[in-house]
Design a protein around this ligand. Structure first.
Ligand code: GDP
Length: 442
């Protein structure tokens, strides 16, 4: 996960502060030295790291922080506030046009994730009830047009293309097509190069001046660290961008780009890409990201994801089953599938307060493997066995283990855990309102 190194180092620095009780100016300065090193190691721009530490130190020393009852807590709060400010303070949204369609121009270097994120955005807008049209303006590589068609089909958004002709002509035709067919958003997937060059910039400027897009989004790859920030600076100076989509934040990037882009370009990060799948796009909230970095979790994004991915009708039914104590292994399987839809376990867990750092990636992977094992075991059971696990006798256990490629012990373990779960639920059912709340939490 991104920011792992940074999070670990920051929490080490804060642990030292917390262990001290009363803090002197020297303690704060020492902690800030560690914070600065942690930022630099995370590939944060040198000047950004320096300014950051300077403003945290000024605020920590200059106020009543040191004489307060919980000085370490106050310092951490200041770091949290400043991290949030550094990344842009508020969530920046897309500028929608009052005229239909809204035109979004995507640009960026080749491989940054432009085509993938054009489709991710289309999916995101479709969920909001909009009707996006994807437009293939990357005319140099025929493969790029095909790729856009593939991802467009996956998200159910039509792709407008005219082959390898002048991109301005394509974009103009696409706008009138959008008007004719009732598309309210047009997403232009423009050409990328391996490096910034004059010709590319010339072409993008041309599209900008002819089409007057409402939003120019630059797609940058967070894995490229400082380079990503330099690319953002150059694109902004040459073309003028409205915001950034920072991709591949799911990888083992050190996270420096996320922390420096805003400070260096003055342009906000609007979305982050968190994986290769087309639903792996999150609106960027600086405060939520700061709290993820500081290991305080991000419950709000988790709730958003749950609301997006979970089938509320099914959840109601489950709640009813829990209440009646008729929850069976089939239901457990269904619940597990729903949770898996929210993303890899490591990502979901890292959004819970206090879990980051407490659970390492390997452990989350083990957990993931266990979930998969439980699923295969349940899948090897008959309908009757899932509904009434008590009938699973030794010969059935052997059959299930053989069918799922597991051992009889694994089957036993699952049955034991399920039995415990049922017992717990029975207790809650006898607890009235409080029990209901507890069941809800489960
Ligand atoms: P383009 O050349 O800028 O259009 O880039 P593509 O959209 O073709 O993406 C380049 C590669 O990066 C592809 O293999 C994508 O699957 C991958 N990719 C894009 N976004 C993400 C992301 O957020 N996370 C991860 N892990 N991979 C991504």
């Amino acid at each position: 996960m991104a920011f792992e190194g940074l999070s670990d180092k920051l929490s080490a620095a804060f642990k030292k502060l917390r262990s001290k009780g009363k803090l002197s100016e020297a303690d704060v300065k020492e902690a800030m030295r560690e914070v600065r090193l942690a930022l630099l190691e995370a590939d944060v721009n040198y000047k950004v790291a320096k300014d950051f530490v300077k403003s945290v130190t000024e605020r920590a020393i200059g106020s009543d922080v040191l004489t307060s009852l919980t000085p370490a807590q106050q310092v951490i709060k200041i770091v949290n506030d400043e991290l949030t400010t550094l990344m842009g303070a508020e969530n920046s949204r897309i500028n929608f046009s009052s005229k239909i369609p809204t035109i979004i121009m995507m640009c960026g270097l080749q491989g940054s994730g432009k085509t993938t994120h054009s489709a991710k955005l289309a999916k995101f807008f479709k969920k909001q009830g909009k009707r996006p049209l994807l437009v293939a303006c990357d005319v140099y590589r025929p493969a790029a047009i095909d790729q856009l068609k593939v991802v467009g089909e996956k998200v159910g958004a039509p792709v407008f293309e005219m082959g390898q002709i002048d991109p301005v002509t394509i974009a103009k035709k696409a706008i009138s097509h959008a008007k004719d067919y009732g598309h309210d958003i047009v997403i232009l997937d423009t050409a990328g190069r391996l490096h910034i060059d004059e010709q590319l910039m010339g072409e993008l400027k041309n599209i900008k001046s002819e089409l007057k897009p409402n939003e120019i989004l630059l797609v940058i790859d967070s894995m490229t660290g400082q380079d990503a920030v330099n690319v953002a600076k150059s694109f902004d100076e040459a073309l003028g961008i409205d915001g950034v989509i920072l991709t591949k934040l799911d990888g083992d990037t050190r996270g420096g780009a996320a922390l420096s882009v805003r400070a260096v370009t003055g342009k906000p990060i609007k979305f982050v890409g968190m994986g290769e799948k087309l639903e792996d796009l999150e609106p960027f909230y600086p405060d939520r990201m700061a709290s993820r970095i500081l290991g305080m979790g991000d419950v709000l994004t988790l709730i958003d994801k749950a609301q997006e991915q979970l089938d509320l009708g099914k959840s109601e039914k489950m709640a009813q089953k829990l209440k009646e104590n008729s929850f069976d292994l089939d239901d457990l399987l269904e619940q597990m599938k729903q949770i898996r839809k929210m993303g890899p376990l490591s990502q979901v867990l890292s959004m819970l307060p206090g879990v980051k750092g407490a659970i390492k990636d390997e452990e989350a992977e083990q957990g993931e493997a266990q979930l998969r094992q439980i699923e295969t075991i349940i899948n090897s059971m008959t309908k009757a066995e899932r509904a009434k696990p008590a009938i699973v006798n030794p010969s059935r256990k052997r059959r299930i283990a053989a069918g799922s490629g597991t051992k009889v012990e694994d089957v036993n373990r699952l049955l034991r855990q399920f039995e415990q779960m049922q017992k717990m639920m029975k207790q809650f059912s006898g607890m009235g309102k409080k029990g209901k709340r507890m069941r809800g939490m489960m």
